[in-house]
Ligand binder design. Structure first.
Ligand code: AHR
Length: 317
């Protein structure tokens, strides 16, 4: 069953202020990136006494996510935020919500049409391009590359792959020898990758579309004694324990591309929409490549933001 968290803000409510009901349909809560997204949204919500935020976890089940959004529609929430597990199966229910007059913000992952109110997240095509540029400028002539994608039916997998191939096409001196389809989790790629590496151990870079799969790739290479020969690049760059930045500092990953969660920004955007303020449809968050050179600095900056948010939350609790 889906886990439902109802968050009613703890600061003093102005009795005359209208309650703004915001429903967030989260695809799954199984990884730190998703938990960080929820956390930053919850903290932002607690800064706005008028906001009543409800988060529904679809447990990585598309049918459940459709039902969760249907429930938000039936209940007449003011704004829906959704991080769609897959693009196509979530398209109709998002469009239904819009038809019923409930605005929908898609965060991180998109649906299969433009029929939502606004998108917020990093530009995933650019994420793929940045990763490819980093690899191209750090590889040798005829260097061989393996790409590991996330769930193909989710938009970041398609878009990161698109950006990655756009740049590689301009640089024929590096060779993409295989693309493995994973499902965003570390275990999903191990069997296929092991076979590939056993057949051709002479790989220079592995680009995995997130840090969890990059770690899975590193573990597989380690089993074959290849972990110091191959360089690994991931995406997400969490500053948590075992997050991408830590993995860069430990030398497990050569680099990771920052993929901000957009939780607090999505909540602020929902309020703007509710208040009928002008908004931009496509809201892109900044991204950056992180390697040994800037890992410490970026980690400190991210930690500071996190600490500030935690202090605010403690003061409000
Ligand atoms: O949708 C993209 C991905 O979802 C993030 O990069 C990932 O780690 C999360 O689970």
């Amino acid at each position: 069953a889906a886990l439902t968290v109802l968050l009613v803000p703890s600061c003093t409510k102005d009795d005359n202020a209208a309650t703004v009901k915001i429903g967030f349909s989260q695809g799954m809560n199984t990884d730190d990136w998703r938990r960080q997204l929820n956390k930053s949204m919850v903290i932002e919500a607690s800064l706005h006494p008028e906001v009543q935020l409800e988060i529904k976890d679809a447990n990585n089940n598309v049918q459940q996510q459709v039902k969760d959004i249907e429930k938000f529609i039936d209940r007449g929430v003011d704004v829906i935020i959704v991080s769609p597990i897959e693009a196509k199966p979530l398209t109709a229910v998002v469009e239904k919500s819009i038809k019923k007059g409930i605005p929908v913000i898609v965060v991180d992952r998109k649906i299969d049409s433009e029929g939502y109110t606004a998108y917020i997240g990093a530009d995933n095509i650019e994420v793929g391009r940045i990763a490819a540029k980093y690899i191209v400028s750090n590889s040798t002539v005829n260097g061989k590359i393996i790409e590991i994608t996330g769930l193909k039916t989710s938009s970041p997998a398609y878009e990161r792959g698109l950006g990655f191939s756009q740049i590689l096409k301009q640089h024929p001196q590096v060779k993409l020898i295989a693309t493995i389809n994973g499902n965003w989790e570390s275990g999903s790629v191990k069997v296929q990758l092991k076979k590939l590496l056993q057949n051709d151990p002479d790989i220079e870079f592995i680009f995995a579309q997130n840090d969890r799969m990059a770690l899975g790739a590193w573990e597989t290479a380690k089993e074959l004694g290849l972990e110091n020969k191959i360089k690994f690049v991931g995406v997400d760059a969490l500053s948590t324990q075992n997050g991408g930045i830590e993995l860069v500092k430990k030398g497990v990953l050569q680099a990771t591309i920052l993929y901000p969660t957009g939780g607090n920004e999505a909540l602020r955007l929902a309020l703007k929409i509710y208040n009928k303020e002008p908004i931009t449809k496509n809201n892109l968050l900044n991204t950056i490549v992180i390697d040994k050179i800037n890992a410490e600095i970026i980690e400190n900056q991210l930690d500071k933001v996190d600490q500030q948010q935690t202090v605010i939350k403690q003061q409000l609790d």
